[in-house]
Design a protein around this ligand. Sequence first.
Ligand code: BES
Ligand code: ZN
Length: 678
Amino acid sequence: MRALLISLGFAVALAGCQRDAADTATSTPTAKPAAAAPASIDEHSYAEPGKVAIDDLALDLKIDFDARTISGTATYTLDWKDKDARQLVLDTRDLSIDKVEGEGKDGQWQPLQYGLAERDAIFGSKFTIEAPERNAHIRVTYATSPEASGLQWLEPAMTEGKQLPFMFSQSQQIHARSWVPLQDTPSVRYTYSAHVTSRPDVMVLMSADNDPKAARDGDYTFKMPQKIPSYLMAIAAGDLVFKPISERSGVWAEPAMVDKAQAEFADTEKMIETAEALYGPYRWGRYDILVLPPSFPYGGMENPRLTFATPTVIVGDKSLVSLVAHELAHSWSGNLVTFSSAKDAWLNEGVTSYVENRIIEALYGKDQADMESVIARNELAEEFKTVDPKLQVLAEKPGDLKDPDNSSGATVYTKGAWFLQFLEQRFGRADFDAFLRGYFDHFAFQSISSEQFADYAEANLLRKYPGKVSQEEFDEWLYQPGVPATAPKVLARKFGVVDSARLAWLGSGELPPPVITGAWSTQEWVHFIEAMPETLGVEQLAQLDGAYHFTGTPNGEIAQRWYPLAVRSGYTQANDAIAAFLEKIGRRKLIMPTYKALVQTEDGLALAKAVFAKAKPGYHPITTGSVQEMIDGAKPKAAPAKPADAGDAAAAAPAESEKPAIAGDATAPAPDPAPPAN
Ligand code: BES
Ligand code: ZN
């Protein structure tokens, strides 16, 4: 149990680790204040923003690489909404609180009483500050734990340059509370400023105004003048240099990566202009991209003004830049109009995936956009075979999403985007584009629920253009599991060639000529591998490797599909490369399928455990948690998978018509929710 912190002899008695139990955290104010109903209730936060809300946050922090801590003060400017409120309740996880002070009417800072509740495994510790004077400003002095779930500390050896240490945050969904005490709910928005000190040889960046010309001197200041929710708080420090892409955009990366990143992301300005033409001006000033070390647990994170990105999308041919389109799109869907709780995650991720696809279509053509849609929908069909039907619903019900890190990627990203593609198809592109632009303007800098989206859409789409979409059709998308039969179908023209090539090879052993495969991009290779039978013969895999060198590929999207196939097929020649891949990369989406394939057999599980033991010190806490869960839950079969021979494999090859690309029937319920896809 974590140490209980008590100030000024203010005794705190706590029991249990449930959220409700933690509600009794502080010794009590005499009467329970009658709560003004909060605008929306976020079940993943202890905060009570209907009573008092943070309006501005001023941070004064020191980064200590040796101690692996961030420490200092957080000063809140508060908006007391409920006249009876006398407490400020914040979210924390594994923070040590040294002092809490409130500014009195006389301008003097006085200590305030507070209590820190016992830690809940998912939500952390409720932090209750007594503020009988309803102070306009409250200041907390605190330090993070070296194990903070929202921070990763990297030794120099784990960086590209191997000279300087690296540190970065990942706050979404509810990890900001592990490095700043906050009302850690997207329903609260605030401006922030920060003064941050560190060793002088590292550059510090935040989700704020990063001056490309800032001197590297260990003393940095930041300002975020637009109101943002807590999950967009971000910080990174390391050997980071800047290269411009346009007047208002550029890349930050380690020196060895920065040129490659600048070339890969050269179309960023065009992406901004495309999005602006569709949805109105980019409202955040600069748009820069920070390339992180490969242990970053996600593909990208839309931290305002400074997208965080995995280096695994830098593959040399711009084939994975939809990641930038996606994170940039969040500047409208998510950062400007924000979900008010993680149970409405589709409002961020689904709308963004739709916008992302529009940017890709505008810049790289419909073929590219369609290939990306089909790959996503195939993933959805796979995931919906096992994901709890409750989590297949866009507007999730309270209580259904226990841990907000475990939402169904297929639901919130792919079904969410599909919903908007359905609306676009029915209402027509011109009217739907105007609707979406109006929606971003209407709710700009607000946090909203699925119901607010539905009300707005009813007034501005369904009733405005009657006879195109019925209320029942609309509601089925939002409130029912599975994919409605009204879902528009997409076929990727270019995948026809890929399917023919695969089927021909499976039947005859003859590989497609280089004149065909030479023009394939990542998406075509992904589709080539992904629609293979469950297992192949070892000699078949060796033949593919001889021709295409999949084993050892630097392309993580290809590795994500190839290694599980190799594992299922008993192709142990790939084991060394698999181990190297799993040790180097921390992006969950890329590595979890391979771990999942490994833990199916005794031998595979042994390899997974050995690799994990080696990789763990370099993994982010989020990745460590996912892999640990996979290994702990393993039920391996005694015998290793019997590799199918070539004949079986050919017979098992699904015809394109049987492929799950169009997933109207992908609703089979199953007890265990799948791990998140991002
Ligand atoms: N906001 C997400 C990342 C995220 C989601 C972090 C939920 C924590 C909880 C980000 O915008 C995202 O969607 N990233 C994707 C990129 C992809 C869809 C191009 C990822 O990381 O894979
Ligand atoms: Zn996203």
